[in-house]
Design a protein around this ligand. Structure first.
Ligand SMILES: Cc1cc2nc3c(=O)[nH]c(=O)nc-3n(C[C@H](O)[C@H](O)[C@H](O)COP(=O)(O)O)c2cc1C
Length: 344
């Protein structure tokens, strides 16, 4: 097993009778809250009223940003950050699924940026040293954003979509109530379940992890949980145990507890990382992880790719690349295997 650092600050209130703790938790950060949500389904659910009641009991002054779209737009994030600056907001409250929480993470960082465009932060042109505190009330089991430090923001003007990790951008507190997912449609339940499984596959299960039995078994349990409970939730949308298991699996798939060493294998394109690989690594929080780059090229070696990985995957330990000639890989399989075994 490799050395690693593990930290996940999100305090989780899990279950159907936990929202009563919202007021006491959120008021620890101050009195002015920006409530952020999507298209209004939380009003139909009755969740908006319940949240407002708790905020009112805690004596919070509430400002609102509604209309966060799926694949949240940078312009919406900018709107939220402008409210935070104008009203001196103390804490953000996201009520919704992954898009709402992702937009909230962008707002948390942009509110602390002296410029007025979060896209500067997302593209790495500027950075911030701190973010606003975040509390979430989750309504969809899928992205894992309720317990990780990353978000994905879209720029519809340039047709770009990038991952972003603000400093310390994990939610401070997340309320995970499975009953809030009873109304999620069969299609969205299936999509969310596929999302959870892809997170385990993407960053964890297919990494080479000999002698990492504990993590492998945990990853398999998350996958088995989804295989068992997704069909049940689709058939019986108000099956509490099914919804509860999916919700907790969603958080675990991406909270950083399931993986630590990643072999990142990619070809050299124009002396650096191919764009699709760059897009992939920008999506995840690599803090405390150990990345071993494995590169194929037709002569240039890894080029500038390792420097790029180090820049994007801040907080990770990134080894020098294991360099291979692409056309020679097939004849060197056993050599590559013994090199990989020596690394884990
Ligand atoms: C768009 C593109 C750009 C490439 N640029 C380089 C390069 O700058 N230097 C180099 O040695 N090989 C370059 N290559 C060759 C790839 O690195 C080589 O094809 C790869 O390592 C083998 O993997 P593959 O079988 O997936 O193509 C390039 C290939 C492509 C498709």
């Amino acid at each position: 097993m490799q050395d690693f650092i593990l930290q996940n600050k999100t305090k989780v209130y899990f279950g159907k009778d936990q929202l009563g703790h919202l007021g006491e938790e959120i008021s620890l950060f101050g009195k002015k809250v920006l409530l952020i949500y999507g298209g209004g389904s939380i009003k139909k659910l009755g969740l908006y009223d319940k949240v407002m009641k708790e905020l009112d009991k805690a004596g919070m002054t509430v400002f609102e940003l509604s209309g966060v779209e799926p694949n949240p737009h940078h312009t919406t994030v900018n709107k939220g950050a402008a409210i935070c600056k104008k009203e001196s907001i103390d804490v953000l409250l996201a009520v919704g699924g992954g898009s709402t929480i992702d937009a909230t993470k962008g707002i948390a960082a942009a509110a602390r940026y002296e410029g007025d465009d979060v896209w500067d932060l997302v593209t790495g042109k500027a950075s911030v040293n701190e973010t606003l505190p975040i509390v979430t009330v989750l309504t969809l089991a899928a992205t894992g954003s309720e317990m990780d430090g990353g978000c994905v923001i879209s720029n519809v003007e340039t047709n770009e979509k990038f991952g972003y990790f603000g400093p310390d951008n994990n939610p401070d507190v997340s309320f995970l109530d499975p009953t809030n997912t009873f109304t999620v449609s069969a299609y969205q339940t299936a999509s969310g379940s596929a999302d959870i499984m892809s997170h385990v596959f993407d960053v964890a299960y297919f990494s080479k992890q000999d002698e990492m039995d504990m993590l492998l078994r945990m990853q398999e349990e998350v996958l088995k949980t989804v295989v068992k409970y997704a069909p049940k939730a689709i058939k019986m949308p108000d099956d509490y145990e099914a919804r509860a298991n999916l919700m907790w699996a969603s958080s675990w798939a991406l909270n950083g507890f399931l993986y630590d060493t990643i072999f990142l294998c990619y070809p050299n394109w124009w002396n650096t990382l191919p764009m699709p690989v760059l897009g992939f690594i920008e999506h995840y929080d690599w803090n405390g992880k150990h990345i071993i780059p494995v590169n194929t090229s037709e002569g240039s070696g890894a080029g500038k790719s390792v420097a790029k990985i180090r820049k994007v995957c801040s907080g990770a330990t990134v080894d020098e690349a294991y360099e291979l000639k692409g056309s020679e890989v097939d004849s060197k399989i056993s050599q590559i295997e013994s090199w990989a075994k020596g690394k884990v």
